[in-house]
Design a protein around this ligand. Structure first.
Ligand code: FAD
Length: 304
């Protein structure tokens, strides 16, 4: 059984290697983006590492396909990074083989592989069998342990594939910073569709200032209304603050999946039956337009 691994993130590529060695014993090949990474992979047990010279998206895709042709792997494991999630399904599509994303487990099964991934916003685990050869999967960080052994020998082969990119970057703009850094925030106050007008977010800004908090929101507030850049949830940012205050957010499964790791969740929602209250450690059934200013004032008073 042969496995090919790739991630531009060295730490993640070593985690993939750990699992690949467990599955394959030996016979693990890898694609690396720099010499340091290639050496780390060899030392930890990869037999052959293909060192990509051109790291542009199109060249990496062709490079991976070239290595697949040379190595004929049974399983291709790609790290679930932004780039990995774009590359892996494209490789699978060109090869016309099975693909599954964000798999945190993979085992050999008759005619292919059995993989596991979260489904329905993280509330359940889907067990999927993919048949054929090769099978392509992406793997999120920290799913597997990196190998403990060091000092192994292997071969580094240069991958000289380069092509003119089909995509040209015309302009880059800095992100608005107001709602950035959500993943590492200790306190987040988050806005949902309970806010009627963009100007009303001022109320949340004032609360955020008192709590030294970052501002987040539900997807419709960002994706539909365009009031903020980033949203919290399964398709947005997954957050893990010490305190998450959901204001006028109903608490659908997609939003809940992004806030599960918060230590304390507080909800402010006028509907007593809103799902967010069930997820919360503290529920305030009330109007955000009254509760938020009251909270802000109380915090200001306390700070005096
Ligand atoms: C594939 C897919 C991925 C998705 N990914 C995400 C995701 O990552 N993150 C995400 O958030 N959503 C996501 N969604 C959307 C999700 O299903 C919900 O539509 C969304 O979370 C609802 O946002 P909301 O809670 O702000 O709005 P609503 O569901 O409309 O809820 C608004 C809430 O505000 C309350 N309210 C109204 N007025 C007041 C007031 N004055 N005071 C107090 N409370 C008030 C209401 O009682 C209600 O509970 C996704 C959907 C799909 C299909």
């Amino acid at each position: 059984m042969k496995t090919l691994i790739y991630s531009e993130n060295t730490e993640l590529s070593l985690q993939l290697l750990g699992k690949a060695l467990q599955l394959s014993g030996t016979g693990v090949s890898a694609v690396a983006v720099n010499l340091e990474q290639a050496k780390a992979l060899i030392s930890s047990g990869a037999e052959r590492v293909y060192l990509a010279k051109d790291k542009s998206f199109d060249s990496m895709k062709l490079g991976l396909l070239d290595v697949v042709a040379r190595e004929s792997p049974d399983l291709i494991m790609v790290g679930s990074t932004k780039r990995g999630r774009e590359l892996a399904p494209r490789v699978a599509a060109v090869l016309n083989v099975g693909y599954s994303g964000d798999c945190f487990e993979a085992q050999q099964a008759e005619g292919g592989f059995a993989v596991k991934r979260l489904a329905y916003g993280g509330s359940t685990i889907a067990s999927i069998k993919i048949t054929g050869k090769p099978v392509v999967i992406t793997v999120p960080p920290r799913s597997f342990q990196k190998p403990e052994t060091q000092g192994k020998q292997g071969e580094i082969i240069e991958l000289n594939i380069s092509m003119t990119p089909k995509i040209r970057v015309l302009e880059t703009r800095p992100k608005r910073t107001g709602d950035a850094g959500l993943e590492n925030a200790r306190v987040i106050v988050s806005a949902g569709r309970g806010f009627k007008r963009r100007e009303d977010l001022k109320l949340l800004e004032e609360l955020a200032a008192e709590l030294n908090a970052k501002m987040g929101c539900s997807r419709p507030v960002s994706a539909d209304l365009g009031w903020m850049d980033q949203w919290v949830g399964i398709s947005g940012k997954k957050v893990a603050p010490r305190l998450y205050i959901a204001c006028g957010i109903s608490g659908t499964i997609q939003h809940a999946a992004g806030i599960r790791d918060s230590q304390i969740i507080v909800s402010i929602n006028s509907d007593e039956a809103a799902g967010i209250h069930e997820l919360s450690d503290y529920s305030i059934v009330g109007d955000i337009y009254k509760v938020i200013p009251a909270l802000t004032n109380a915090l200001r008073e306390r700070a005096k």
